[in-house]
Design a protein around this ligand. Structure first.
Ligand code: DGL
Length: 270
């Protein structure tokens, strides 16, 4: 069997999961990777729950058949908070790592007790997210901020190298609250696209806060699970990336190759 037969599969609706890949490359340099972006369905944040859940369960059936991944990292909060339990139930032989809003570390770190969770509208609506808040942040005031546009702005920034800073400022501004002489001191980046924009967020924020990015924690969780697997044998060929549209633009080809992937064909899944 070749090493490429059992890669770690990283999955997102777009390029956001590359923020997790970046950390994983440091902790798991020896493993072959496959990156899959369901760009035909981007943005996930706008999807109705039942339809997206059904799509994810069907798509993962195909991905597991095609790539036989040793480990699957769902590097997407919008997909994980909706469907991680369904995916585990549908594919009990697969090993999944999910990505969910870092509510617990935020609640542990805040001094003011005012925390904001910045996510897609889908993640903000999820019962999973509400349950995390009741379980771990009972003593804080948590504001959920669903952004319609930030994931798209991050895609644009990564592909074209340009982002409208005023648009970023408008999207993040509901995160900042002043109440009884206290101010928000933590913003949880609960979408894997957002770490790519964090410098623009810092620049346009009304005051400094801690921006919690879960990429490294997800990579560490992947490392823990990968240590239970047979040791990887790295192949000569570069890692592969697949986009479900079957037809991503040239800017994406350049972007994924900067992250060490060669873009390959995937039968369109629309
Ligand atoms: N990167 C995804 C997340 O972590 C979502 C972006 C989208 O498709 O709306 O939630």
């Amino acid at each position: 069997m070749t090493a490429r037969a059992n890669p770690i599969l990283f999955f997102d609706s777009g390029i956001g999961g590359l923020s997790v890949v970046k950390e994983a490359r440091v902790l798991l340099p020896e493993h072959p990777y496959v990156y899959v972006a369901d760009d035909a369905a981007f943005p996930y944040g706008a999807w109705e729950e039942d339809a997206l859940r059904a799509r994810l369960v069907e798509l993962f059936g195909q991905l597991i058949d095609r790539f036989s991944p040793s480990l699957i990292v769902i590097a997407c909060n919008t997909a994980s908070t909706l469907a991680i339990a369904d995916l585990r139930a549908a594919y009990p032989g697969a090993l999944f790592v999910g990505t969910v809003p870092a509510v617990k570390p935020a609640a542990e770190r805040t001094h003011s007790g005012l925390v904001s969770v910045l996510a897609t509208p889908g993640t903000v609506r999820r019962q999973y997210t509400r349950d995390l808040i009741s379980a771990y942040a009972g003593k804080c005031h948590v504001r959920l901020v669903g952004s319609e546009n930030l994931a798209r702005l991050a895609e644009q920034y990564m592909r074209e190298g340009f982002v409208d800073e005023e648009a970023v400022r408008v999207e993040i501004s509901p995160c900042f609250i002043e109440q009884d002489a206290r101010r928000t001191d933590i913003v949880v980046l609960a979408c894997t696209h957002y770490p790519f924009l964090v410098n623009r967020m810092r620049k346009t924020a009304p005051w400094p806060v801690d921006w919690i990015d879960t990429s490294e924690a997800i990579a560490r969780r992947a490392l823990t699970l990968a240590e239970t697997l047979p040791p990887p044998v790295r192949a000569e060929a570069p890692d592969s990336a697949f986009f479900t549209s079957g037809n991503p633009p040239a800017s994406l080809r350049r972007l994924v190759s900067g992250f060490g992937f060669r873009l390959e064909g995937f039968p369109a899944f629309v």
